[in-house]
Design a protein around this ligand. Sequence first.
Ligand SMILES: N[C@@H](CCC(=O)N[C@@H](CS)C(=O)NCC(=O)O)C(=O)O
Ligand SMILES: [Fe+2]
Length: 431
Amino acid sequence: MRMIRVNDRLSVGPQPSTSEILSLPDQGFAVLINARPDREEPIQPGNEAERDAADRAGISYGFIPVTMPTITEADVRAFQAAMADADGAVFAHCKTGTRALILYVLGEALDGRMSSLEIADLGQKLGIDLSAASRWLEAHRQLRPEVKGFFDPRTWSVQYVVSDPQSGKCAIIDPVLDFDERSGATATLNADTLLSYVAEKGLTVEWILDTHPHADHFSAAQYLKEKTGAPTAIGARVVDVQHLWQGIYNWPELRVDGSQWDRLFSDGDTFKVGSIEARVMFSPGHTLASITYLIGDAAFVHDTIFMPDSGTARADFPGGDARILWKSIQNILGLPDQTRLFTGHDYQPGGREPKWESTVGEQKRTNEHLAGMTEEAFAKLRVARDRTLPMPKLILHALQVNIQAGRLPEPEANGKRYLKFPLDALEGAAW
Ligand SMILES: N[C@@H](CCC(=O)N[C@@H](CS)C(=O)NCC(=O)O)C(=O)O
Ligand SMILES: [Fe+2]
């Protein structure tokens, strides 16, 4: 077996036989990593036999089976973790040693310790073709938008600027227009903070996106459209929400065709943020119109899944449904485990600092409303919890603005704008 020494900590090489594994401790190795899926070749010992041989040799064993086209960041991180845990030198193999070395250099590159040029140099020095690593890194860069979250403590909302580092294009998601219900004052403090970030980073706004018509704050979509000229968008089923609330507000003149937005997205629609592909997933349950934006490896799930210690969003607004929310959440959890999830609210349980980023894998393992749950049990829990929640304090204020894409009511003859409230239209009073 031709073993290639990469550095003090790591050597890579082709498939070892069982007897070669048994001799690894004599060559100073404390860990064996097998990066090869089973049954690639009939003569390969395979995971079980390798684990057995490593046990007999008294060394640690890690199994991170990968094929080049399907390597994920999670694989790279698993390889890093195995090396970090190693109590001595590591021998990592696949069929030839290339994939094992690629797992290593990708981790170094992701953490900024190696450039693409240095990877190519190392490949040349060791006589291993590492061009697939450069291609992976390029594709990964294109997949990975930079995500900046802005927390609004007044409404516990998280607003996002999602940018493509290559092109400097960005999308703004779920911006908040400030409203003080006690004085009736509106302000653009939150939205202006987003615009300052955009200016500071030299970004161009391509999209102003809402995930759903919010029930707890005004959307700043119109204000930002006026400031940037970027188009606004929301889920196509917003027309159903418009119909529903047209009835509640007794508002015959409201246009209920969604024409207040520049684009209405249906399930599966695609668009781009710079060069990064984005896809829309219909995610109803919290509202009739909710959608998730999947931008590269980042999913903006808003009021479906919250942070693992906060569970999920409520499903008792007009048009909400706990079982439909469960299905939407299962769809989101069907994304690859390493998908980054960005939630729309964080209610800071136990008074902890606000948080908004998780991954699919983490949510599946630890979300307190989802891990180990069935649809039946979830629906029961959700309905019971929703009975205890008062309506958001701004629901009647917010919907009349948000079903008009964040447009405030037209001023009356005196130049002032007025909101309208139905009495006894909603259940959920907190007497
Ligand atoms: N106390 C907040 C509640 C807002 C609220 O109901 N938020 C929705 C999302 S729009 C939710 O899912 N809340 C879940 C919870 O409070 O547990 C308010 O009055 O604004
Ligand atoms: Fe919401």
